[in-house]
Design a protein around this ligand. Structure first.
Ligand code: SF4
Ligand code: SF4
Length: 151
């Protein structure tokens, strides 16, 4: 009899370190800057990436030292996953927290880190600028995410 994989049986709080890390699908979407409408509190994704995001791999280029280099980088925890409203619906942490299953393109399901890109879920090819290129806050308006990424 096959044992069910950990993401089908465990809650976020029960994951060990390597299980936790592997739940990230590598989409890079959380490393894009977001804008919030002050009136409606709605979140809008831009295509402006954090300076440390590698546009090709969609991985953080200095994951170990990210907090030192980007102080407002948010380290995800189960509590933060449940609290923030800017994780995309496709985020592996969000899916498991909501009792849903991972999609076919998640590396844990497909066995390949490439499927998140092949399925058009990652930000590969979608980044139009990096935050260090933004001079004014208003500059972000020129880089609004136009297309809803597939889920
Ligand atoms: S949105 Fe979620 S799955 Fe995608 S890179 Fe961020 S933490 Fe990982
Ligand atoms: S520091 Fe790394 S993990 Fe944090 S937002 Fe930037 S690219 Fe993403």
């Amino acid at each position: 009899m096959h044992q069910k994989p950990f993401w089908k049986t465990k809650m976020l709080d029960e994951l060990n370190r390597s299980e936790w890390e592997s739940l990230c699908d590598g989409c890079g979407r959380c490393c894009l800057h977001k804008l919030e409408d002050e009136d409606t509190e709605e979140i809008y994704f831009t295509t402006v990436a954090c300076t440390l995001l590698d546009a090709g791999t969609c991985q953080c280029s200095d994951y170990v030292h990210r907090k030192k280099k980007v102080p407002d980088c948010v380290f995800l925890t189960p509590e933060i996953v449940r609290t923030v409203d800017w994780l995309p619906e496709t985020c592996g942490y969000r899916l498991i927290d909501e009792g849903r299953d991972l999609y076919w393109w998640h590396p844990l399901v497909s066995g390949s880190p490439d499927t998140v890109h092949e399925a058009g879920i990652s930000v590969r090819g979608k980044i139009t600028a990096f935050d260090h290129e933004m001079k004014e806050d208003e500059d972000y308006f020129d880089h609004m995410m136009r297309d809803e990424l597939p889920s």
